[in-house]
Design a protein around this ligand. Structure first.
Ligand SMILES: OC[C@@H]1[C@@H](O)[C@H](O)[C@@H](O)c2nc(CNc3ccccc3)cn21
Length: 448
């Protein structure tokens, strides 16, 4: 007997985007620059010299894009606020036109029956705050709480789902250790301090929400399950280090109030002695957690790669995406079951899941054929259903992404969208995966 794949009543079917990746017009109507405005306009840092100056032109085409969401039957849309549109200097003066853009977008979503899921910080820190030390400055928690309160007071009457941060690990690893994303630092001593201030900021925003919020607030982590390349103790130890660095470095402080012990040894002299009171702020209870799942990592010991001393082992026998990520849907249920077993019944949204594949050249027509993305979507939704059957409290799914967009420093070439975007004309064309997703949504999962 084939089990129905219907999803629970009230389960949200969404798609996700981020401000700098889709909006364009980064300095329009009084907006201040973000660190991404600076990073993207620094020669040599962006593939093909791509920038977010236009991107998907969503700032001007938002009404058209909401109609695209409605065409898929989406019941929710996850998007981020560009902090420096609303607070051009990061704190203090509010730019009414910036706030108004997001109020009009939220109203339009609600009029189309689409639940807004708002991310306050998706990597685009106001440049003016970076000039004051950015996330390295302990004051960043207060700056973020001030900004969050401005947004709560403006939109909490209409926004039922808020998230504070998107993927603090990527900000730390990419922005302060590897230098691959803004602000492009490469400093081991900065990394744990940025982790700590990001988590303090999230906690401060959650505390501010408790004072006046009417709905629910959470935080979004990218979780990537780690599997040892062999049963050798060295590989198992390396796997544990990689898991602590990428995953529990963030989930444990927020959900358990402590950092993983492995981090002190990993960071060594760079590991600060944090005030205990900070952890009380960080561990503010959240109403839900967003999990972004894309792939897994198979890990081996690698003494040549300090401080982690771990390396990924390519799984060449399996399909990979254009960003080099293995398609491994089993990692999704492994992650969700691990999360439930470690942290209990905190509700979860799968706030990002998707893939960049090379869409084969085809004649311009009403649909772009993307068979690999259709397969990726089906595999992961079927697996998500298995996790729900196993008792994980998953409340919604957000495909990354609604539109092909600016894949940060990788530029426009890496296409994750359900809709293809011709960036020379801004024409949106549904991919086959969009039509398949619409069919799945219409059946609430039964058509899987
Ligand atoms: O890379 C695709 C998306 C990206 O466009 C989103 O803005 C971001 O939220 C996002 N996070 C991941 C997963 N985490 C990750 C892992 C390694 C490098 C960069 C991101 C993928 N994505």
């Amino acid at each position: 007997m084939t089990r129905s794949l219907r999803f629970p009543d009230g389960f949200l079917w969404g798609a996700a985007t981020a401000a700098y990746q889709i909006e364009g017009s980064p300095l329009a109507d009084g907006a201040g620059p973000s660190i991404w405005e600076r990073f993207a306009h620094t020669p040599g840092l962006m593939a093909d010299g791509d920038t977010g100056d236009i991107a998907c032109d969503h700032y001007r085409r938002h009404a058209e894009d909401v109609r695209l969401m409605q065409a898929l039957g989406l019941t929710s849309y996850r998007f981020s606020i560009a902090w420096s549109r609303v607070l051009p200097e990061g704190t203090g003066r509010v730019n009414a036109k910036g706030l108004d853009f997001y109020a009009r977008l939220v109203d339009d979503l609600l009029e189309h029956g689409i639940t807004p899921n708002v991310t306050l910080f998706h990597w685009d820190l106001p440049a003016a705050l970076d000039d004051r030390g950015g996330w390295l400055n302990r004051d960043s928690a207060d700056w973020f709480a001030e900004y969050a309160q401005v947004m709560f007071r403006a939109l909490d009457d209409r926004v039922p789902l808020w998230t504070t941060l998107n993927e603090p690990w990527v900000v730390v690893d990419g922005g302060y250790l590897r230098g691959t994303i803004a602000p492009g630092h490469r400093n081991l001593y900065e990394a744990p301090r940025v982790t700590h201030n990001l988590l303090r900021a999230s906690g401060a925003a959650v505390a501010a929400y408790r004072a006046e919020g009417r709905h629910r607030i959470g935080v979004v982590f990218n979780l990537e399950p780690k599997y040892p390349a062999s049963t050798r103790q060295e590989d198992r130890d390396a796997t544990r280090r990689a898991h602590a660095y990428m995953n529990t470095q963030f989930t444990d402080p927020v959900l358990r109030g402590v950092y993983p012990e492995a981090l002190a040894a990993l960071y060594g002299a760079a590991w600060p002695d944090f005030p205990a009171a900070d952890l009380e702020c960080i561990r503010q209870p959240v109403d839900f957690v967003g999990i972004n799942y894309y792939t897994r990592q198979v890990v081996r010991d690698d003494p040549t790669q300090p401080p982690l001393r771990a390396a990924g082992v390519p799984q060449r026998q399996r399909t990979h995406t254009e960003t080099g990520w293995e398609v491994y849907e089993q990692g999704l249920i492994d992650t969700l079951l691990w999360f439930r077993d470690r942290y209990g019944t905190v509700p979860v949204y799968l706030t990002e899941n998707g893939a960049a594949f090379y869409d084969p050249p085809q004649a311009a027509g009403p649909v772009v054929e993307d068979p690999l993305r259709v397969d990726y979507l089906e595999r992961h939704l079927k697996t998500l259903r298995r996790a729900i059957d196993a008792g994980v409290d998953v409340r919604g799914y957000y495909a990354w992404s609604l539109l092909d967009n600016l894949e940060w420093s990788l530029g426009f070439a890496k296409r994750f969208g359900l809709y293809h975007v011709d960036f020379s004309t801004q024409r949106r064309t549904p991919k086959r995966s969009a039509l398949r997703y619409a069919q799945i949504i219409a059946s609430h999962g039964a058509a899987l």
